[in-house]
Design a protein around this ligand. Structure first.
Ligand code: XMP
Length: 326
């Protein structure tokens, strides 16, 4: 609409004035905020923007290719993709503690991002998809009595010693405004209205030690769950179960249990399904998904993902459970 059109024109003008002829780097994660920031900045300064996309191998199924397709191919954005799955896997080998895993992933991420950005000549700006709620949240950090339950990391966090100026064109926007802006800039609605995905990715959805084999099983199970949520609709509201839940995903449990398949005995891993409804992610209810839908998802996962022979549904609220399992 015209209001959004005006907003884009103004934002584009502002970015051009700020940046001039300088080069800008942006850490693209595939998430909504960094994606919309990239699309907006690209609209303003085109090839003066270079995005660095560090793929830690713990993204959703085919996510890396989808990011490249959308930005590099469709929008013509310069994107450097760093396939760092092996590096991350070897750093994570033998590490089972959730906080230790988060720290390793965060640190490795910053190091790789910094190394790649260092190769971009004459970069003067680091662009970030910081939105208004992030600004408020970090203003409240470090206050007495505040304690960390989980050390959140957002991919693309500013490495302090990069000596770059910060470009944050979404700083004044709320999430729903960022989404509308994204659609107006030509990003697919489906992408812009996606459930949130944590920075450490599947690293906190594979309980205990992370292994490439587990990541692959989990990616496939999760994709089936999301596919069914998107293609099944609530009869009363007419909305898809994907849109009726705030966040939904599969969790890999490194536990084996006995099953039967054909005339054989199986001894394979377990996947838990998690789906929640929430306004602010501080508290959440488990989603009352229809049993037929859960049944369909379970059958598909067990039939299509060899290595998983049992699916369970998480019926814990937050609190006392958190949304993620780690
Ligand atoms: P929890 O598990 O604490 O999660 O109930 C609340 C919300 O935060 C997301 N989450 C993260 N997001 N980096 C992120 O960007 C992180 O390290 C991280 N850890 C959890 C989680 O997916 C949920 O939406």
């Amino acid at each position: 609409d015209w209001v959004m059109g005006d907003y884009i024109a103004e934002a584009v003008e502002h970015i051009r004035q700020q940046v001039g002829d300088d080069e800008v780097i942006l850490g693209l994660s595939g998430g909504v905020d960094s994606s919309v920031a990239a699309a907006l900045i690209h609209r303003a300064i085109g090839d003066q923007l270079t995005c660095v996309f560090v793929d830690h191998g713990l993204l959703r199924l085919n996510e890396g290719d989808m990011v490249m397709e959308m930005f590099a191919r469709n929008l013509g954005v310069k994107v450097i993709r760093v396939d760092a799955a092996n590096t991350f896997m070897s750093q994570l080998a033998g590490v089972a503690d959730p906080e230790a895993k988060r720290k390793i992933i965060g640190k490795e991420f910053v190091e790789i991002f910094q190394a790649e950005s260092g190769k971009i000549q004459n970069a003067k700006w680091l662009a970030q998809g910081t939105i208004y709620p992030d600004v408020i949240e970090s203003a409240g950090k470090g206050k007495k009595g505040a304690h960390t339950i989980k050390s959140h990391h957002n991919v693309g966090g500013l490495p302090e010693d990069m000596h770059l100026k910060l470009l944050e064109p979404l700083r004044e926007l709320f999430k729903d405004e960022v989404r509308e802006l994204g659609v107006a800039l030509g990003l697919p609605r489906e992408m812009v209205y996606r459930h949130p995905f944590p920075g450490p990715g599947l690293g906190v959805r594979i309980l205990g030690e992370v292994k490439a084999e587990f990541a692959s099983l989990l990616q496939r199970a999760d994709a089936i769950f999301i596919d069914e949520l998107r293609s099944n609709f609530d009869e009363i509201s007419g909305k898809s179960w994907y849109d009726l839940t705030s966040q939904a995903f599969a969790v890999f449990l490194p536990v084996k249990s006995v099953g039967v398949m054909g005339d054989g005995r199986t001894y394979e891993y377990v996947v838990a399904l998690r789906a929640v409804q929430t306004q602010d992610f501080m508290t959440a209810h488990w989603a009352h998904l229809p049993h037929e839908l859960l049944g369909k998802v379970s059958n598909r996962i067990i039939n299509e993902v060899r290595g998983i022979n049992r699916v369970v549904y998480d019926i814990s609220g937050k609190p006392p459970a958190t949304i993620e399992w780690e």
